[in-house]
Design a protein around this ligand. Structure first.
Ligand code: OTD
Ligand code: ZN
Ligand code: ZN
Length: 347
């Protein structure tokens, strides 16, 4: 049995670090990453290059001195986004990607896009400059069942946008369905991120034995057959799929509520969860590609030069059940089974 695994330092291609008190609370838990794509859904959102640079500096100030993390910033696409500002921010090295939220699709997405024709000039400028578009792929039409929103988005929005904009590089983020996996596999300039939590929970976890707010996120977890499709994609060795945790902390009072917020906080344990999933699939040899290589290649980055070691021990790894955040706390995602893979720093 494999007991030790040395891999390139992992990156996270979809991470929420928030701001202020919450940023201070969660940043140390992501400090040992290589790079992370930082989501711009603050209140108010990060919409200009100047705001992205300022947010990057606040993140740097919140990280411990020995942090290895280099934040890769994104802009939040609105119907008022200036294509020239996007291109300039990318050319200046301030941003790595632009984020598309359909208005109302998820947390803090109200400033997102309602009419996709209005952002066509931005898509065209991005295609020209080869700037990736990170997509939250769910329709917001209340007539569409919440479990079907990803599949319908592909047909109604994503595929038409890609056909109308040759050369547009797209990351279909946090894929939760077989349909999403199939669409990425169908090819073109497209990659897909998968979260650790969607690899281990299905929709039963949210509702079995009571309502479990800490398993509620968007896109919501789907049926078991979809989870199995995600595991198959992650462990397949297909370089178009890579890790993006979507670790999304909320204060416990906002999760454990009559109208609980969406988001799972996986920053402390996403890597051991992935190691467990790959081990169960008999594919530990492909873990490094998924967490450390494929995403960097998609974004045109060199792999991180340094390495980390994972070791499989007899005793489970442990984390605090919740971490303090200001006056409140944030609950760490519980996969529901013990994790025996431990992350050691020095390789
Ligand atoms: N999903 N929660 C959040 C974002 C994501 O769709 C996402 O990227 C969040 O809290 O920012 C969530 O469930
Ligand atoms: Zn999203
Ligand atoms: Zn997210």
């Amino acid at each position: 049995m494999t007991r030790n695994l040395t891999i390139g330092r992992p990156d996270d291609f979809h991470l929420h670090l928030r701001d202020q008190q919450m940023l201070a609370a969660v940043a140390p838990w992501s400090a040992r990453l290589g790079r992370a794509i930082i989501m711009p859904n603050l209140v108010p959102p990060v919409v200009t290059g100047a705001q992205a640079a300022a947010y990057r500096d606040r993140i740097a100030a919140a990280l411990p001195a020995d942090a290895t993390l280099r934040p890769l910033m994104t802009l939040y696409l609105t119907e008022a986004t200036d294509p020239a500002d996007v291109v300039a921010a990318h050319a200046a090295g301030i941003i790595a990607a632009v984020k598309l939220y359909p208005a109302g699709a998820t947390t803090n997405s109200d400033s997102g896009v309602r009419d996709f024709d209005r952002v066509r000039p931005v898509f065209e400028a991005m295609a020209q400059a080869r700037i990736p578009l990170c997509v939250h792929g769910e329709v917001t039409d209340p007539a569409v069942d919440i479990f079907d929103r990803e599949a319908v988005f592909i047909d109604r929005v994503l595929d038409p946008v890609r056909r109308a904009t040759p050369g547009l590089r797209v990351v279909m983020e946090h894929i939760t369905t077989q349909d999403g996996v199939d669409y990425v596999r169908a090819g073109g300039d497209i990659g897909g991120t998968l979260t650790a939590h969607h690899l281990v929970i299905n929709r039963n976890h949210i509702l079995a034995g009571g309502i479990r707010p800490h398993y509620y996120c968007l896109p919501v977890a789907k049926r078991e057959r979809h989870r199995l499709a995600l595991v198959e994609a992650a462990t397949s060795g297909d370089a178009r799929f890579f890790a993006g945790t979507d670790s999304a902390p909320h204060p416990d009072h906002a999760k454990e509520s009559a109208c609980g917020c969406a988001g799972c906080f996986t920053a402390p344990n996403w890597l051991p969860i992935c190691a467990h999933v790959f081990e169960q699939a008999g594919r530990l040899d492909r873990l490094e590609a998924f967490v450390s290589l494929n995403g960097a290649a998609f974004y045109g980055l060199a792999p991180n030069a340094d390495r980390i070691r994972l070791s499989r021990r007899d005793e489970p790894a442990t984390w605090p059940a919740r971490i303090p955040a200001g006056e409140d706390s944030v609950t760490v995602f519980d996969p529901g089974f013990p994790l025996y893979w431990h992350v050691e720093e020095a390789a």
